[in-house]
Design a protein around this ligand. Structure first.
Ligand code: GDP
Ligand code: MG
Length: 162
């Protein structure tokens, strides 16, 4: 079986948009309404001649258990099933309590964890990306799922740890 990259994070941070960018095609469902993506959808990806599977998580019901618990459970699931976990953070919003909680979970991971600082559409947001060092997950990789900025560098990094 192919190695698996699982993409986790709060609703609306741009996970599905970034997944489409990583795939080089539009398959993951992008929605302005949070939580619309179906749960754990897997796609085949190819980068520099290597194949891997990208899992776009989402589809939880924040009403039932609370957003923080839902995203944390999602991260725990990703840690137990994926080879690499990619936490996506909206750099324009910064780290919320939910990211703090998820980062606490992910720091215990025995699998590699990468962090994408998404919505860095231009140089202006670059400083906000650097602020995410505070989550203790190492270097935040600035990307724009919308425009493609930084996605090649992120994919190179994914292949290094996959
Ligand atoms: P998900 O819920 O985490 O899967 O987020 P989506 O991919 O569905 O995106 C949520 C919203 O954020 C949509 O309106 C996207 O167009 C927007 N979005 C996603 N990536 C970016 C980005 O890099 N820059 C900006 N400005 N908006 C983005
Ligand atoms: Mg989504």
């Amino acid at each position: 079986p192919q190695p698996v990259l699982a993409v986790v994070g709060r609703p609306n941070v741009g996970k599905s948009t970034l997944v489409n960018r990583l795939l080089g095609r539009r398959e993951a469902v992008v929605q302005d309404t949070p939580g619309v993506t179906r749960d754990r959808v897997a796609y085949d990806a190819l980068w520099n001649g290597r194949r891997f599977t990208v899992v776009d998580t989402g589809g939880w019901d924040p009403g039932a258990q609370g957003l923080q618990a839902a995203v944390t459970a999602q991260a725990e699931m990703a840690m137990s099933t994926a080879d690499v976990v990619l936490l996506v953070v909206d750099a324009q919003v910064g780290a919320t309590e939910t990211e703090e909680a998820v980062a606490r979970v992910l720091r215990r991971s025995d699998r590699p964890v990468l962090m994408a600082a998404n919505k860095v559409d231009d140089q202006r947001t670059q400083a906000e990306a650097a602020a995410l060092w505070s989550l203790g997950l190492g270097e935040p990789y600035p990307v724009s799922g919308l425009h493609g900025r930084g996605s090649g560098d992120l994919l190179d990094r994914v292949l290094e740890v996959l």
